[in-house]
Design a protein around this ligand. Structure first.
Ligand SMILES: Cc1ncc(COP(=O)(O)O)c(C=O)c1O
Length: 394
């Protein structure tokens, strides 16, 4: 079967829920992937912040192969060593108290929303305040938390009890808080929303509002967690003290796993029967997670992510000066970055694809860069040189 036939097969049999580019990827190694025709691409998407260790990272593939032969799955009716060990790592690195495992970001957020509701039950607190332009997932609960009309409108009625306020607006946040508010849920950088961080003052203000009104702070770290921002978790850049964080994406080094981690005094509100996941925290997923965490959460590795992020943004700013008017903004933290263009971003991405680079776009003008955290300066240079060449012709 050739690549065109494979795409035709997908069009016939796979449900049409993704806008896909016309290539079939079949192999990856480090920061590169190859399509069925053997064409090589620099991967600046990394599975949207999943392949943080690059493709086929040896430590993770070996851990998976080893664990697969010993035990892949066991029910949560029993303990397993890998789950307990991964929970210890996440708890110690986050300063929180207990972890719950699931399989995706949306599920991690569902778990967080349920925990916040259970915590608030006796006080009559159930409302969750989230931000406009946020993204928390596609399940009914996480979709209700997602402050974007375009994703919600076809699926109403959604679960009740969600309110949305503009990011950066503390007054609106305070006005939205009522005696029924259980939690404020934020991303420290809105990834799907266009790679926007808020000011330190804003985060301090949110933290202060949580303390003033006795409301929980949930930080969705699905995209920003596991070293993406150059800190183990995004909230650590801003000195936030969340009650609950949620993780997925890079946690398994490419293997699906999600987690919700909470302070002990909040976690204790979940009792047996309150929440569960058949596949949550299997020995296989957690072995992958342990191998990934060992690298991703290492201090030296994180320092390199911060340096490479600086280098990437400085290079983009230099390019912006070289090509006046073409780049309208460069922003980000660590290796979650955006280059905003005055020209059509999907057209730039299509040209990049031709030239052997995968890059993600948000809306009409934003290139979102979430490359493998193992990317080197030469590869960043290759990306910038290619972008320069393309922008010059537009
Ligand atoms: C911040 C954030 N939360 C939640 C999700 C949903 O994660 P998943 O697609 O694994 O359900 C995403 C996915 O992009 C995300 O970026």
């Amino acid at each position: 079967m050739n690549m065109q036939e494979c795409i035709a097969q997908g069009e016939q049999y796979v449900m049409n829920t993704y806008k896909r580019l016309p290539i079939v990827l079949e192999k990856g190694e480090g920061v590169y992937v190859w399509d069925m025709n053997g064409k090589k691409y620099l991967d600046m998407v990394a599975g949207i912040a999943v392949n943080s260790l690059g493709h086929a990272p040896q430590a993770v593939t070996e851990a998976i192969a080893k664990q697969a032969k010993i035990m892949m799955h066991c029910s949560n009716l029993y303990w397993n060593k890998e789950q307990n060990a991964l929970a210890e790592v996440l708890v110690k690195k986050s300063g929180l108290g207990k972890a719950f495992f699931c399989n995706s970001g949306a599920e991690a957020n569902e778990a967080a929303l349920k925990l916040a509701r259970k915590w608030g039950k006796d006080q009559g607190r159930y409302e969750i305040i989230t931000l406009l332009k946020s993204f928390h997932g596609r399940t009914m609960g996480s979709l209700a938390a997602t402050g974007q009309e375009k994703y919600q409108k076809a699926f109403r009625p959604l679960p009740e009890g969600f309110k949305y306020v503009p990011a950066g607006d503390l007054k609106a946040m305070e006005e939205a808080i009522t005696p029924q508010t259980a939690a404020i849920m934020i991303e420290v950088i809105q990834g799907e929303g266009g790679v926007y961080a808020q000011s330190q003052e804003y985060y301090d203000g949110v933290q202060a509002l949580c303390a003033k009104y006795g409301v929980l702070l949930i930080v969705d770290e699905v995209q920003t967690g596991m070293g993406r921002t150059g800190r183990a978790f995004g909230f650590q850049n801003f000195g936030l003290k969340p009650h609950i964080i949620t993780l997925a994406k890079a946690l398994g080094g490419g293997f699906p796993i999600g987690a919700m981690v909470a302070k002990d005094e909040i976690a204790q509100y979940f009792a047996p029967g309150d929440h569960a996941s058949t596949f949550g925290g299997t020995p296989l997923a957690c072995a992958a997670g342990l191998a990934a965490c060992k690298i991703l959460l290492d201090d030296d590795f994180l320092a390199q992510v911060r340096q490479k992020g600086e280098y990437l943004r400085t290079s983009a700013k230099n390019l912006s000066e070289k090509l006046p008017g073409k780049i309208t903004d460069v922003r980000g933290l660590g290796l979650i970055d955006a280059i905003e263009l005055s020209v059509d971003a999907p057209a730039v991405a299509a040209k990049m694809l031709e030239k052997g680079i995968l890059v993600n776009t948000i809306g009409e003008h934003i290139l979102r860069l979430v490359p493998p955290l193992i990317i080197e300066k030469e590869e960043i240079n290759f990306f910038m040189n290619t972008l320069e060449e393309i922008l010059k012709g537009m």
